[in-house]
Design a protein around this ligand. Structure first.
Ligand code: NAI
Length: 331
């Protein structure tokens, strides 16, 4: 039998946290044969709620769940964890400036970086979900120098899955038959959802999405803005931000990273740039990646046209600006 993997979820009493702990404990993140111990962290104000979730997890009688730690103590939460899903953060409130949002989260991610470095298992894999996700991941990296940069990632898989969902709807095919969309850049409205290399399986075999849609204007305009604005559309409809889709995407991200991407398929992940595709080093940027044996690598050699280039650069500019603001808080 496999040894249990310790999985940390921060912000576990929040919307996404509530959805994801059950998914993890049912094997959707690490596989149906992988026992887990869940570490749940939230603020002291949420201690009762967190305890209630612990009770529910016991009540769900989950065969893969070998233990639950529910705590507001960072050191206890990070102790020995192999996987860390960082969802806890300062929420954006009405009228709050982006600068203030970044500042509040810099403080949180600086402190979590030292907990991660001091207490997590060696080679712990980290996924940052909390916004601004790319910049929070950067702060984490800067303040946890002992953690290899390749072990820190941020979530753009929700955007990637949204892109696949929109293409499946447009083409009237099953979403599982659409692949290799790309999210470039920031998890924000400057991201570039790119369909240039996407394909869909039809009764005539695998065909480029571009050929099947045959409407370049739709692919460049309506599709791009629908994916970019999807989070806002969900908030408008639900009066809450995306939760089950975010939780599901976080499971997809970790599962593919650890267990590997299917042959011929890539996914989008926010990773520390190595300079690929002219994206400068020093920022977390979403790239197409394949994963094997627990390691991601950026897909190389894709053709980038002028339209894509300008969209990709706009997101670089935004991320550099976020970095500049974040560094202003780091003293
Ligand atoms: P939420 O407000 O329901 O939950 C956040 C939880 O984090 C709360 O329970 C809060 O008490 C906790 N928390 C705050 N500071 C903490 C700290 N220092 N340590 C531990 N816990 C802390 O928010 P929700 O809807 O669950 O979203 C969580 C985050 O995920 C937000 O930042 C949101 O913007 C982001 N998000 C990111 C997505 C992505 O694709 N990257 C998609 C959707 C949401």
């Amino acid at each position: 039998p496999k040894k249990p993997v310790k999985v940390l979820v921060t912000g576990a009493a929040g919307q996404i946290g509530y959805a994801i702990v059950a998914m993890i404990a049912r094997g959707l993140m690490l596989g149906a044969d992988q026992p887990v111990v869940l570490h749940m962290l939230d603020l002291p104000v949420a201690a009762d709620a967190l305890n209630g979730i612990r009770m529910e997890l016991i009540d769900a009688a989950l065969p893969l769940l070998r233990g639950v730690v529910a705590t507001s103590d960072q050191a206890e939460a990070f102790k020995g964890v192999n996987v860390a899903v960082l969802i806890g953060g300062w929420p954006r409130k009405d009228g709050m400036e982006r600068k203030d949002l970044i500042g509040k989260n810099v403080a949180i991610y600086k402190s979590q970086a030292s907990a991660l470095q001091q207490h997590a298992a060696p080679n712990c894999k980290v996924l940052v979900v909390a916004n601004p996700a790319n910049t929070n991941a950067l702060v984490l990296k800067q303040f946890a120098p002992a953690i290899p940069a390749k072990n820190i990632t941020c979530l753009t898989r929700l955007d990637h899955n949204r892109a696949l969902g929109q293409l499946a709807e447009k083409l009237n095919v099953h979403v599982a038959d659409v692949k290799n969309a790309i999210i470039w850049g920031n998890h924000s409205s400057t991201q570039f959802p790119d369909t240039s290399h996407a394909t869909a399986l039809t009764d005539r075999g695998e065909r480029p999405v571009r050929e099947l849609v045959a409407d370049e204007k739709w692919l460049r305009e309506e599709f791009v803005s629908t994916v970019q604005q999807r989070g806002a559309a969900v908030i408008k409809a639900r009066k809450q931000s995306s939760s089950l889709s975010a939780a599901s995407a976080a499971c997809d991200h970790m599962r593919d990273w650890i267990l590997g991407t299917p042959k011929g398929t890539w996914v989008s992940m926010g990773v520390y740039s190595d300079g690929s595709y002219g994206v400068p080093e020093g920022i977390f940027y979403s790239f197409p990646v394949t994963c094997e044996k627990g390691e991601w690598s950026i897909v190389q050699g894709l053709q980038i046209d002028d339209f894509a280039r300008s969209k990709m650069d706009a997101s670089v500019t935004e991320l550099k600006e976020e970095k500049r603001i974040a560094n202003g808080f780091v003293i």
